[in-house]
Design a protein around this ligand. Structure first.
Ligand SMILES: [Fe+2]
Length: 268
């Protein structure tokens, strides 16, 4: 049962890119930003049911980075569900998070039942590639779960199976998106939303009729250079953000929380 029986509330965070030994990534310190995000959740959203982090937990996937990530995460007062991104390393992750859900085929996949939908956490990582892959074994797991259940579903995955209009990101989306669609399509009327990471931008819309969204990363962002190619992609330091999701049987609403904003409040 969720904390508020009338509304499921959870946090969507993504792309923390934590490095080991407090190293910086592109000149910024990701662990400091993760700490600020966790402070913000503990302070303002203790009533949320859980946090989902949709991959790129670390930048280099090394022991020191997962140690650092785990140290920060232990401060979180609500449960978390962790997904793999292309910057993660499954073996090292498993060593540091032995309790993390995994499917029979060994991928970091699992589920969580809520009164307003079954959350399915997918592993789209593909070792050695920045693009995503959803292989036969993982597909079998997903079609098995979808076939054995009914009712609403929310999907969580690092790599978008769709293009967002930023060429470098689109080049590293889920490679086998059409095969993935074949699994999803028979169930598309019950899939309430797909939450993704990887894009390091706030993006929302729909993919073949299913609503989708992505949140900013915590450390760095991909700059808004739409439909340009050949000039190389730039990053930037737009403020980090996480999403606050409010779901019931009628709707799924997502607020982007610019948690480092310190602008003045005023009375209307
Ligand atoms: Fe990332």
């Amino acid at each position: 049962m969720n904390k508020n029986p009338e509304m499921l509330k959870f946090i969507h965070m993504t792309d923390c890119h934590v490095a080991g030994n407090d190293q910086t990534v592109y000149g910024e310190r990701p662990s400091t930003k993760l700490r600020a995000a966790i402070d913000s959740i503990n302070r303002d959203h203790e009533d949320a049911d859980f946090v989902v982090i949709t991959g790129d937990l670390t930048h280099h996937g090394d022991d020191a980075a997962y140690e650092n990530f785990a140290r920060e995460l232990r401060r979180l007062v609500i449960p978390s569900h962790l997904l793999m991104g292309n910057h993660d390393d499954t073996r090292t992750f498993r060593f540091h998070f032995p309790e993390a859900q995994r499917c029979d085929c060994g991928f970091i996949q699992g589920s969580k039942r809520t009164p307003y939908g079954l959350c399915l956490f997918l592993d789209t990582s593909h070792k050695g590639s920045s693009a995503g892959r959803y292989c036969e074994e993982r597909s079998k797991w997903l079609s098995g779960v979808l076939g054995a259940t009914d009712g609403p579903v929310m999907l969580f995955m690092h790599h978008p199976p769709f293009k967002i209009g930023i060429p470098d990101t689109d080049d590293s989306k889920l490679e086998d998106a059409e095969a993935f669609w074949e699994i999803v399509e028979p169930h598309k009327d019950r899939i309430r939303h797909i939450f993704v990471g990887h894009a390091h931008r706030v993006v929302f819309g729909n993919w073949r009729g299913i609503s989708v969204s992505c949140m900013r990363g915590l450390n760095h962002q991909v700059s808004l250079e739409l439909l340009r190619s050949g000039s190389g992609q730039h990053g930037n330091f737009e403020a980090p953000a996480y999403g606050i999701v409010l779901a019931n049987s009628d709707q799924v609403m997502i607020h982007m929380h610019d948690f480092t904003d310190r602008s003045e409040r005023f009375v209307f």
